[in-house]
Design a protein around this ligand. Sequence first.
Ligand SMILES: C[S@@+](CC[C@H](N)C(=O)[O-])C[C@H]1O[C@@H](n2cnc3c(N)ncnc32)[C@H](O)[C@@H]1O
Length: 375
Amino acid sequence: MNKKFHTQEFDDGTALKLDIFKNYIREWISVFLTDSPKLGHVTSVNIFDFFAGPGGDTASNPGSPLIIQKEIKHYCDEHGSIKSNKPITMYFNDKDAEKIEILKSRIASNQCGLGCCQPKFMSALFADAFEALFPVIEQPGSANLVIMDQFGISDVTPEVVQRLATCARTDILFFFPSSFLKRFQEHPSFASKYDLRGKNLDYKTVHRAICDYFREKLGVRRYHLAPFSIQKNTSIHGVIFGSSNLLGLEKFLTVCWKLDPETGEANFNMEGDPFWGEKHTLFEGLESFKKIDQFKADLLQFIQDKKPDNLGMYAFCLENGFPPSKANQSLREMLESGQIATVLPDGQKARKGAFYLNHSESMSKIRFHKCEGAS
Ligand SMILES: C[S@@+](CC[C@H](N)C(=O)[O-])C[C@H]1O[C@@H](n2cnc3c(N)ncnc32)[C@H](O)[C@@H]1O
């Protein structure tokens, strides 16, 4: 599939995907290379790029492996050097041995010489590379970012995601061509891997539905998945992110909302909103978006059912695709319109507009209530 991928310039969809990777890699590195007691006992930091390619396109745009290397360098430039004493390893695999040879020389020519981060190269089919490296990923002291930029849909299956979700401190980013699976779901080789019978696979929201399917397959395991959909010509594919950590999810969602300020989820108007992508409209302040309206309705129901505190609210908002900056906006509007109220533990009214939705917040500070008569 797509043999020409690295022998032409990356298209806009690929550039966007790589931008998402780059921005998340930057956030992830800054968490795991900065020593913090909150991370627990981390003894090694690993980034795995299982479908690495040769390092870039014909116009010298960097691919995922060179982006990883650059982002580690960026961290060093900002912080003087890597102060942490944890070894950092970049694992690069591609089934095509020729691509790995090209990549080796590209990585070597950009290597800084201090030796704080080390590349390791493999040329194997994903399934074999994954089995060979899984013991490294599941080591209790390791922190891992696993990137799986596959062609097609045969490699990163729900079973692979399930296994990665069992590993501590392991975040994942993978590519999935969702509309391709919708089209060929009944083909025997795919039907044996994905049982999509009865799923609502509407064209525009298909990538979100595929992410929901992966989530459903994880069962009760507390591992958070979030999608970003990319439309390219008539196909819809995208990135799926996973992490057991709410801070990881917050960082990924923040990257997504920067790219799509209206819904945080796509490079196209997924739900047919009249104002999507309009920078300024005559209706400033009156624009509504289906995703935000639905979120507010879900919030109201959640508040009525659970009377959550700020910690429960932080998790609920992230699990519904809203980082604190965006969730605060909706909560503020609901507070101002008298739908909800916030109270202190002693029952007194809380300070207006202070919601304490923050990963570093470990205390229960306020509770949310639905106001009488609010709908
Ligand atoms: C979409 S490209 C990856 C692009 C890369 N992330 C970049 O930014 O340049 C997919 C790569 O996976 C490799 N590949 C395809 N099937 C594979 C498999 N089953 N196992 C390992 N590598 C595979 C291809 O040779 C190709 O280089």
